[in-house]
Design a protein around this ligand. Sequence first.
Ligand SMILES: Cc1ncc(COP(=O)(O)O)c(C=O)c1O
Length: 377
Amino acid sequence: MGRNTGNRNQGGNVSHVDGTASRWSPSELIERNRRYLPGGVSSVNRLTDPLIAFARAEGAYLWDISGKRYVDYHAAFAPYFLGHNFGPVNTAAARALQSGESLFGSGPSILEGDLAELLCERIMAIDKIALLNTGSEATALAIRLSRAVTERAHIIVMQGGYNGNHDEVACNVFNTIAEIGPRVHPGEYPIRPLGAGTNIVAAGLVHPVNFNDLESVRHVCEKYPVAALITEPVLQNIGVIHPNAGYLQGLRELADNFGFLLIMDEVKTGFRHAVGGYCELANVRPDLVVYGKAIANGFPLAVVGGVREHVLKKQHFAERGRHLGDENRVGRVDERLVGIRQERVHRMPHLVRERAHRKQIVVVTHQDERLRPRYAG
Ligand SMILES: Cc1ncc(COP(=O)(O)O)c(C=O)c1O
Protein backbone atom coordinates (compact mmCIF):
# COMPACT_ATOMS: atom_id res chain seq x y z
CA MET A 1 0.00 0.00 0.00
CA GLY A 2 1.03 3.60 0.06
CA ARG A 3 1.21 3.85 -3.74
CA ASN A 4 -0.77 6.58 -5.37
CA THR A 5 -3.35 4.76 -7.44
CA GLY A 6 -5.95 7.50 -7.26
CA ASN A 7 -5.59 8.63 -10.90
CA ARG A 8 -5.35 5.22 -12.46
CA ASN A 9 -8.59 5.49 -14.44
CA GLN A 10 -8.20 9.13 -15.35
CA GLY A 11 -8.87 9.51 -19.07
CA GLY A 12 -11.44 6.72 -19.20
CA ASN A 13 -11.10 4.25 -22.04
CA VAL A 14 -7.84 5.52 -23.48
CA SER A 15 -6.25 2.09 -23.63
CA HIS A 16 -9.16 0.85 -25.75
CA VAL A 17 -9.27 3.65 -28.30
CA ASP A 18 -10.54 2.52 -31.66
CA GLY A 19 -9.18 5.30 -33.83
CA THR A 20 -11.97 7.72 -33.00
CA ALA A 21 -11.30 10.79 -30.86
CA SER A 22 -9.59 10.16 -27.55
CA ARG A 23 -9.94 12.41 -24.54
CA TRP A 24 -6.15 12.39 -24.16
CA SER A 25 -3.58 14.33 -26.11
CA PRO A 26 -0.32 12.50 -26.96
CA SER A 27 1.54 14.48 -24.28
CA GLU A 28 -1.07 13.62 -21.66
CA LEU A 29 -0.85 9.99 -22.68
CA ILE A 30 2.93 9.89 -22.36
CA GLU A 31 2.75 11.65 -19.00
CA ARG A 32 0.35 8.96 -17.78
CA ASN A 33 2.62 6.19 -19.13
CA ARG A 34 5.70 7.76 -17.54
CA ARG A 35 4.28 7.04 -14.15
CA TYR A 36 4.67 3.33 -14.84
CA LEU A 37 7.11 3.00 -17.76
CA PRO A 38 10.57 4.61 -17.92
CA GLY A 39 10.34 7.18 -20.72
CA GLY A 40 6.62 6.46 -21.10
CA VAL A 41 7.16 3.97 -23.92
CA SER A 42 8.53 0.41 -24.06
CA SER A 43 11.19 1.03 -26.73
CA VAL A 44 12.78 4.48 -26.68
CA ASN A 45 13.09 4.79 -30.43
CA ARG A 46 9.29 4.86 -30.67
CA LEU A 47 9.30 8.40 -29.31
CA THR A 48 8.64 10.86 -32.12
CA ASP A 49 8.95 14.61 -32.32
CA PRO A 50 6.29 15.87 -32.65
CA LEU A 51 4.89 13.21 -30.40
CA ILE A 52 2.33 10.95 -32.07
CA ALA A 53 0.42 8.26 -30.18
CA PHE A 54 -1.06 5.65 -32.46
CA ALA A 55 -4.21 3.80 -31.65
CA ARG A 56 -4.57 1.22 -34.38
CA ALA A 57 -3.31 0.09 -37.76
CA GLU A 58 -4.68 -1.64 -40.84
CA GLY A 59 -2.85 -2.47 -44.05
CA ALA A 60 -0.67 0.52 -44.98
CA TYR A 61 -2.37 2.92 -42.52
CA LEU A 62 -2.01 4.04 -38.95
CA TRP A 63 -4.53 6.08 -36.96
CA ASP A 64 -3.47 8.28 -34.07
CA ILE A 65 -5.50 8.64 -30.91
CA SER A 66 -7.39 11.61 -32.32
CA GLY A 67 -8.49 9.54 -35.32
CA LYS A 68 -6.11 11.12 -37.86
CA ARG A 69 -4.93 8.71 -40.53
CA TYR A 70 -1.30 8.31 -41.69
CA VAL A 71 0.39 6.25 -44.37
CA ASP A 72 2.90 4.03 -42.62
CA TYR A 73 6.15 4.17 -44.58
CA HIS A 74 8.02 3.10 -41.48
CA ALA A 75 6.26 -0.22 -40.79
CA ALA A 76 7.39 -0.35 -37.16
CA PHE A 77 11.08 -0.62 -38.14
CA ALA A 78 10.39 -3.21 -40.84
CA PRO A 79 8.21 -6.15 -39.82
CA TYR A 80 4.86 -5.23 -41.38
CA PHE A 81 5.87 -6.00 -44.89
CA LEU A 82 2.50 -7.52 -45.72
CA GLY A 83 0.64 -4.66 -44.07
CA HIS A 84 -0.73 -4.30 -40.56
CA ASN A 85 -3.26 -6.76 -39.25
CA PHE A 86 -2.75 -8.98 -42.28
CA GLY A 87 -5.58 -11.51 -42.39
CA PRO A 88 -3.78 -14.70 -43.48
CA VAL A 89 -1.10 -14.31 -40.79
CA ASN A 90 -3.67 -13.59 -38.10
CA THR A 91 -5.75 -16.55 -39.26
CA ALA A 92 -2.74 -18.88 -39.13
CA ALA A 93 -1.98 -17.65 -35.62
CA ALA A 94 -5.58 -18.03 -34.47
CA ARG A 95 -5.73 -21.50 -36.01
CA ALA A 96 -2.65 -22.58 -34.05
CA LEU A 97 -4.10 -21.21 -30.82
CA GLN A 98 -7.62 -22.52 -31.29
CA SER A 99 -6.61 -25.95 -32.49
CA GLY A 100 -4.74 -26.55 -29.29
CA GLU A 101 -1.45 -26.84 -31.17
CA SER A 102 -0.08 -24.10 -29.02
CA LEU A 103 1.76 -23.69 -25.77
CA PHE A 104 2.72 -27.28 -25.14
CA GLY A 105 6.26 -26.32 -24.27
CA SER A 106 7.18 -29.97 -23.90
CA GLY A 107 8.75 -32.35 -26.36
CA PRO A 108 9.27 -31.83 -30.09
CA SER A 109 6.38 -30.57 -32.23
CA ILE A 110 5.23 -31.16 -35.79
CA LEU A 111 4.89 -27.42 -36.50
CA GLU A 112 8.44 -26.51 -35.55
CA GLY A 113 9.70 -29.25 -37.89
CA ASP A 114 7.35 -28.08 -40.67
CA LEU A 115 8.63 -24.53 -40.43
CA ALA A 116 12.25 -25.58 -40.32
CA GLU A 117 11.78 -27.77 -43.38
CA LEU A 118 9.98 -25.01 -45.29
CA LEU A 119 12.71 -22.45 -44.63
CA CYS A 120 15.61 -24.78 -45.31
CA GLU A 121 14.07 -25.87 -48.61
CA ARG A 122 13.35 -22.30 -49.75
CA ILE A 123 16.60 -20.64 -48.72
CA MET A 124 19.74 -21.78 -50.48
CA ALA A 125 22.18 -20.62 -47.82
CA ILE A 126 20.81 -22.69 -44.95
CA ASP A 127 20.25 -26.32 -44.17
CA LYS A 128 19.53 -26.08 -40.45
CA ILE A 129 17.86 -23.44 -38.31
CA ALA A 130 17.30 -22.49 -34.69
CA LEU A 131 13.98 -20.82 -33.79
CA LEU A 132 13.88 -17.87 -31.43
CA ASN A 133 11.66 -14.91 -30.66
CA THR A 134 13.54 -11.69 -31.38
CA GLY A 135 16.32 -10.51 -33.62
CA SER A 136 18.43 -9.72 -30.57
CA GLU A 137 18.20 -13.26 -29.26
CA ALA A 138 19.08 -14.55 -32.70
CA THR A 139 22.17 -12.37 -33.17
CA ALA A 140 23.31 -13.34 -29.65
CA LEU A 141 22.95 -17.02 -30.54
CA ALA A 142 24.76 -16.55 -33.86
CA ILE A 143 27.71 -14.94 -32.07
CA ARG A 144 27.75 -17.71 -29.48
CA LEU A 145 27.66 -20.33 -32.23
CA SER A 146 30.58 -18.68 -34.00
CA ARG A 147 32.59 -18.88 -30.79
CA ALA A 148 31.67 -22.53 -30.36
CA VAL A 149 32.74 -23.27 -33.95
CA THR A 150 35.98 -21.28 -34.00
CA GLU A 151 36.93 -21.51 -30.31
CA ARG A 152 37.84 -17.82 -30.51
CA ALA A 153 36.32 -14.82 -28.73
CA HIS A 154 36.67 -11.57 -30.70
CA ILE A 155 34.00 -10.18 -33.01
CA ILE A 156 33.90 -7.44 -35.62
CA VAL A 157 30.88 -5.15 -35.91
CA MET A 158 30.11 -2.17 -38.12
CA GLN A 159 30.45 1.40 -36.97
CA GLY A 160 26.89 2.75 -37.20
CA GLY A 161 25.32 -0.70 -37.40
CA TYR A 162 22.61 -2.12 -35.17
CA ASN A 163 22.40 -5.84 -34.50
CA GLY A 164 20.35 -6.00 -31.33
CA ASN A 165 20.20 -4.91 -27.72
CA HIS A 166 22.64 -7.30 -26.00
CA ASP A 167 25.88 -6.00 -24.55
CA GLU A 168 28.32 -7.02 -27.25
CA VAL A 169 26.52 -5.48 -30.20
CA ALA A 170 24.71 -2.58 -28.52
CA CYS A 171 27.60 -0.24 -29.19
CA ASN A 172 28.70 2.32 -31.79
CA VAL A 173 25.17 2.62 -33.11
CA PHE A 174 24.58 6.37 -33.37
CA ASN A 175 27.74 8.40 -32.80
CA THR A 176 28.87 11.92 -33.46
CA ILE A 177 32.39 12.67 -34.69
CA ALA A 178 33.05 14.18 -31.27
CA GLU A 179 32.36 10.80 -29.67
CA ILE A 180 34.42 8.57 -31.94
CA GLY A 181 36.98 10.93 -33.46
CA PRO A 182 38.01 11.22 -37.12
CA ARG A 183 37.59 8.47 -39.70
CA VAL A 184 39.69 5.39 -38.99
CA HIS A 185 41.28 3.43 -41.86
CA PRO A 186 42.54 0.82 -41.55
CA GLY A 187 41.61 0.15 -37.95
CA GLU A 188 38.81 0.21 -35.47
CA TYR A 189 36.80 2.82 -33.63
CA PRO A 190 36.73 3.16 -29.84
CA ILE A 191 33.82 1.30 -28.23
CA ARG A 192 30.82 3.48 -27.40
CA PRO A 193 28.12 1.50 -25.60
CA LEU A 194 24.54 2.37 -26.52
CA GLY A 195 23.42 2.62 -22.93
CA ALA A 196 24.65 2.59 -19.37
CA GLY A 197 25.26 -0.72 -17.62
CA THR A 198 26.99 -2.46 -20.52
CA ASN A 199 29.45 -5.20 -19.59
CA ILE A 200 32.71 -3.46 -20.40
CA VAL A 201 34.73 -6.68 -20.22
CA ALA A 202 32.61 -8.25 -22.97
CA ALA A 203 32.75 -5.02 -24.98
CA GLY A 204 36.55 -5.36 -25.00
CA LEU A 205 36.16 -8.27 -27.42
CA VAL A 206 34.24 -6.14 -29.93
CA HIS A 207 35.90 -4.24 -32.79
CA PRO A 208 33.86 -1.66 -34.73
CA VAL A 209 35.10 -0.95 -38.27
CA ASN A 210 33.66 1.04 -41.17
CA PHE A 211 31.19 -0.63 -43.52
CA ASN A 212 32.71 -1.07 -47.01
CA ASP A 213 36.24 -1.11 -45.55
CA LEU A 214 37.84 -4.51 -46.16
CA GLU A 215 41.31 -3.32 -45.13
CA SER A 216 40.08 -2.58 -41.62
CA VAL A 217 38.64 -6.08 -41.31
CA ARG A 218 42.00 -7.50 -42.37
CA HIS A 219 43.78 -5.20 -39.91
CA VAL A 220 41.65 -6.42 -36.96
CA CYS A 221 42.02 -10.07 -38.00
CA GLU A 222 45.81 -9.72 -38.03
CA LYS A 223 45.72 -8.42 -34.44
CA TYR A 224 43.07 -10.60 -32.75
CA PRO A 225 41.65 -14.13 -32.99
CA VAL A 226 38.32 -13.21 -34.57
CA ALA A 227 35.38 -15.58 -34.21
CA ALA A 228 32.87 -13.68 -36.34
CA LEU A 229 32.03 -10.58 -38.27
CA ILE A 230 28.39 -9.53 -38.02
CA THR A 231 26.82 -7.01 -40.36
CA GLU A 232 23.69 -6.20 -42.26
CA PRO A 233 24.36 -6.72 -45.97
CA VAL A 234 22.91 -3.24 -46.56
CA LEU A 235 23.66 -1.02 -43.58
CA GLN A 236 20.35 0.60 -42.72
CA ASN A 237 20.80 2.15 -39.37
CA ILE A 238 22.47 5.45 -40.25
CA GLY A 239 20.67 6.05 -43.50
CA VAL A 240 20.94 3.34 -46.12
CA ILE A 241 24.49 2.41 -47.11
CA HIS A 242 24.74 -0.06 -49.95
CA PRO A 243 27.67 -2.44 -50.17
CA ASN A 244 30.28 -1.35 -52.74
CA ALA A 245 30.77 -3.73 -55.63
CA GLY A 246 32.78 -6.70 -54.36
CA TYR A 247 32.49 -5.76 -50.68
CA LEU A 248 30.31 -8.68 -49.56
CA GLN A 249 32.37 -11.09 -51.66
CA GLY A 250 35.49 -9.57 -50.08
CA LEU A 251 34.10 -10.30 -46.60
CA ARG A 252 33.49 -13.89 -47.68
CA GLU A 253 37.11 -14.21 -48.80
CA LEU A 254 38.47 -12.68 -45.60
CA ALA A 255 36.29 -15.05 -43.56
CA ASP A 256 37.73 -18.00 -45.49
CA ASN A 257 41.30 -16.73 -45.19
CA PHE A 258 41.21 -15.88 -41.49
CA GLY A 259 38.78 -18.60 -40.39
CA PHE A 260 36.08 -16.42 -38.85
CA LEU A 261 32.36 -16.93 -39.48
CA LEU A 262 30.49 -14.40 -41.61
CA ILE A 263 27.19 -13.64 -39.89
CA MET A 264 24.72 -11.82 -42.10
CA ASP A 265 22.11 -9.98 -40.09
CA GLU A 266 19.10 -10.10 -42.41
CA VAL A 267 16.66 -9.08 -39.68
CA LYS A 268 15.56 -6.15 -41.86
CA THR A 269 16.56 -7.31 -45.34
CA GLY A 270 15.38 -10.94 -45.03
CA PHE A 271 11.95 -11.69 -46.52
CA ARG A 272 12.09 -8.25 -48.11
CA HIS A 273 14.80 -7.91 -50.79
CA ALA A 274 14.28 -11.59 -51.46
CA VAL A 275 12.88 -14.36 -49.28
CA GLY A 276 16.41 -15.41 -48.41
CA GLY A 277 17.48 -11.79 -48.01
CA TYR A 278 19.99 -9.53 -49.69
CA CYS A 279 22.73 -12.18 -49.72
CA GLU A 280 20.57 -14.26 -52.02
CA LEU A 281 20.54 -11.38 -54.53
CA ALA A 282 24.24 -10.65 -54.05
CA ASN A 283 25.07 -14.35 -54.40
CA VAL A 284 27.17 -14.36 -51.26
CA ARG A 285 27.02 -17.29 -48.88
CA PRO A 286 27.10 -16.37 -45.19
CA ASP A 287 28.14 -18.94 -42.59
CA LEU A 288 25.25 -17.94 -40.38
CA VAL A 289 22.25 -15.80 -41.27
CA VAL A 290 19.74 -14.19 -38.94
CA TYR A 291 16.10 -13.41 -39.80
CA GLY A 292 13.43 -11.65 -37.75
CA LYS A 293 10.83 -8.95 -38.18
CA ALA A 294 9.19 -9.57 -41.59
CA ILE A 295 9.49 -13.34 -41.26
CA ALA A 296 6.25 -13.43 -39.23
CA ASN A 297 4.88 -10.02 -40.21
CA GLY A 298 5.40 -8.52 -36.78
CA PHE A 299 4.76 -11.50 -34.54
CA PRO A 300 7.84 -12.36 -32.49
CA LEU A 301 9.71 -14.99 -34.44
CA ALA A 302 13.40 -15.02 -35.32
CA VAL A 303 15.66 -17.57 -36.95
CA VAL A 304 19.36 -18.36 -37.06
CA GLY A 305 20.19 -20.42 -40.12
CA GLY A 306 23.38 -21.92 -41.34
CA VAL A 307 25.12 -24.81 -42.93
CA ARG A 308 24.90 -28.12 -41.15
CA GLU A 309 28.31 -28.23 -39.49
CA HIS A 310 27.93 -24.82 -37.85
CA VAL A 311 24.40 -25.08 -36.57
CA LEU A 312 25.08 -28.58 -35.27
CA LYS A 313 27.43 -26.96 -32.80
CA LYS A 314 24.27 -25.80 -31.10
CA GLN A 315 24.35 -29.15 -29.33
CA HIS A 316 27.60 -28.10 -27.64
CA PHE A 317 25.79 -25.70 -25.39
CA ALA A 318 22.33 -26.33 -24.08
CA GLU A 319 19.97 -23.80 -25.55
CA ARG A 320 16.93 -23.60 -23.33
CA GLY A 321 13.93 -21.32 -23.28
CA ARG A 322 10.23 -21.70 -22.69
CA HIS A 323 9.30 -19.67 -25.75
CA LEU A 324 11.82 -20.98 -28.25
CA GLY A 325 9.95 -22.31 -31.27
CA ASP A 326 6.57 -21.72 -29.65
CA GLU A 327 3.85 -23.26 -31.78
CA ASN A 328 1.57 -20.24 -31.82
CA ARG A 329 4.26 -18.27 -33.59
CA VAL A 330 5.54 -21.13 -35.65
CA GLY A 331 1.99 -21.62 -36.93
CA ARG A 332 2.11 -18.13 -38.40
CA VAL A 333 4.59 -18.86 -41.13
CA ASP A 334 3.28 -21.28 -43.66
CA GLU A 335 3.92 -22.12 -47.29
CA ARG A 336 1.33 -19.67 -48.53
CA LEU A 337 2.83 -16.76 -46.67
CA VAL A 338 6.27 -17.40 -48.04
CA GLY A 339 4.67 -17.39 -51.50
CA ILE A 340 2.87 -14.13 -50.85
CA ARG A 341 6.13 -12.54 -49.80
CA GLN A 342 7.84 -13.68 -52.94
CA GLU A 343 5.16 -11.93 -54.98
CA ARG A 344 5.36 -8.73 -53.03
CA VAL A 345 9.08 -8.36 -52.63
CA HIS A 346 10.19 -5.07 -54.21
CA ARG A 347 6.71 -3.96 -55.15
CA MET A 348 4.86 -2.77 -52.04
CA PRO A 349 2.00 -1.65 -54.29
CA HIS A 350 -0.17 -0.04 -51.61
CA LEU A 351 2.57 2.40 -50.63
CA VAL A 352 3.45 3.37 -54.16
CA ARG A 353 -0.19 4.18 -54.89
CA GLU A 354 -0.45 6.27 -51.78
CA ARG A 355 2.70 8.19 -52.54
CA ALA A 356 1.20 9.35 -55.81
CA HIS A 357 -2.17 10.38 -54.44
CA ARG A 358 -1.70 11.68 -50.95
CA LYS A 359 1.24 14.03 -50.89
CA GLN A 360 -0.15 15.99 -47.96
CA ILE A 361 0.08 13.03 -45.57
CA VAL A 362 2.62 13.26 -42.78
CA VAL A 363 5.17 10.54 -43.29
CA VAL A 364 6.78 8.90 -40.30
CA THR A 365 10.25 7.69 -41.15
CA HIS A 366 12.98 6.24 -39.05
CA GLN A 367 15.65 8.24 -40.86
CA ASP A 368 14.28 11.52 -39.56
CA GLU A 369 16.96 13.15 -37.41
CA ARG A 370 14.28 14.07 -34.89
CA LEU A 371 13.37 10.45 -34.32
CA ARG A 372 16.76 9.39 -33.05
CA PRO A 373 16.54 7.63 -29.71
CA ARG A 374 16.34 9.72 -26.60
CA TYR A 375 15.39 8.88 -23.08
CA ALA A 376 13.39 11.33 -21.05
CA GLY A 377 11.52 10.88 -17.83
C1 LIG B 1 19.45 -5.31 -38.39
C2 LIG B 1 18.84 -5.62 -37.07
N1 LIG B 1 19.31 -6.65 -36.36
C3 LIG B 1 18.78 -6.99 -35.16
C4 LIG B 1 17.74 -6.27 -34.63
C5 LIG B 1 17.16 -6.67 -33.31
O1 LIG B 1 15.89 -7.25 -33.50
P1 LIG B 1 14.81 -7.21 -32.34
O2 LIG B 1 14.36 -5.79 -32.20
O3 LIG B 1 13.73 -8.14 -32.82
O4 LIG B 1 15.47 -7.72 -31.11
C6 LIG B 1 17.21 -5.18 -35.33
C7 LIG B 1 16.10 -4.39 -34.78
O5 LIG B 1 15.82 -3.28 -35.20
C8 LIG B 1 17.77 -4.85 -36.59
O6 LIG B 1 17.32 -3.82 -37.31
